[in-house]
Design a protein around this ligand. Structure first.
Ligand SMILES: C[S@@+](CC[C@H](N)C(=O)[O-])C[C@H]1O[C@@H](n2cnc3c(N)ncnc32)[C@H](O)[C@@H]1O
Length: 303
């Protein structure tokens, strides 16, 4: 079994490298294969979809404007979460995403008065331009960051860019659900794995605090693989560096195909970045309130 990779330390803001241009064509992260797979797997994916919906419910975005990166048809997305927003900028490189998203979510979002604007572009390559276009929006990277290993050959350059994302998004509220590890597994009781309470962890500089104990990334990964009775070669999606230390994350199992499992990491850094933004603007009262909320979240995540 391949041990999970330990990333380099997150770079300083001014050193945060941009994403390299994709070197793999065609798009293996979405498109017809993804849509057919999602359509056929609706029942098998239900527990993971529900766990993601539960996590989305815990996000405290203040903005009513959402940038949804990797929207696709929103196969794993909760309509209830989307309805919280007045405007959604849905971004995907896949031409099928827009009509299928409208088919799955259009009617309900229309009733809720949520307006969806579509953009067919590479959001990671155009990040700064898009951030400048929507300065007050919240960002959700929806099962897209972990997929970038399928678009690139140079994994170290990709990992450096993933590790620099938090600095580039500083001052914004943002969240991501993404693949961390994936590979073959045959848990004895798949239903039990999927229905047990979701593991919460706190990101540490070189590892994770999980179930009240500090683990190196590779030890945490091994512990998660053991719960799935994993075997054979596992992929590391190079996303362990995405969230800054102190971020509380949910670790969600997903049976993508029969016998092929993923561990997803889902976390949001909205409170901390909003605090930094407010503190920078000198709004001390609001900054203290947000700091209180952040402390409360940390205590909950550690308990
Ligand atoms: C695994 S799918 C996730 C789909 C979606 N979140 C859902 O619930 O159905 C990843 C999606 O991200 C899109 N994608 C990959 N890289 C992208 C990028 N750099 N910018 C925009 N979209 C991207 C793919 O086309 C694909 O639709």
């Amino acid at each position: 079994m391949t041990a999970p990779h330990t990333p380099h330390l997150t770079p300083e803001a001014e050193q945060a490298p941009p994403f390299p241009a994709p070197s793999v064509d065609p798009n293996r992260t979405g498109g017809a294969v993804w849509h057919v797979r999602a359509l056929m797997a609706s029942g098998r994916w239900r527990p993971t979809r529900e766990a993601i919906a539960h996590w989305l419910n815990t996000l405290k975005f203040e903005s009513h404007h959402l940038v949804l990166v990797g929207a696709s048809a929103g196969w794993m997305m909760s309509a209830e979460f989307l309805e919280r927003f007045r405007f959604i900028e849905a971004i995907d490189i896949d031409p099928l995403a827009r009509p299928l998203f409208a088919w799955r979510h259009g009617r309900r979002l229309g009733r809720a008065g949520t307006l969806v604007h579509w953009h067919r572009l590479d959001a990671l390559l155009q990040l700064e331009e898009l951030m400048a276009r929507w300065p007050d929006a919240a960002w959700l990277f929806d099962n897209v960051l972990g997929q970038q290993i399928y678009r690139h050959h140079d994994m170290d350059a990709l990992e450096a860019a993933l590790g620099g994302l938090a600095q580039r998004l500083a001052g914004r509220e943002w969240a991501s659900v993404h693949d961390w590890l994936s590979g073959p597994a045959m848990p004895t009781h798949a239903g039990a794995v999927l229905s047990r309470p979701i593991d919460r962890a706190v990101i540490e500089p070189q590892g994770l605090q999980l179930r009240g104990q500090s683990y190196s990334l590779s030890a945490a990964g091994e512990a998660l693989l053991a719960t799935l009775n994993a075997s054979g070669e596992w992929w590391d999606h190079r996303t362990a560096c995405v969230f800054p230390p102190g971020t509380s994350v949910s670790l969600i199992p997903w049976e993508l195909l029969p016998g092929t499992w993923h561990w997803l990491q889902a976390g949001g850094v909205s409170a901390r970045t909003r605090f930094e933004a407010r503190a920078a603007r000198g709004n001390a009262t609001k900054a203290l309130r947000i700091l209180d909320e952040l402390d409360r979240d940390d205590r909950t995540a550690r308990s």
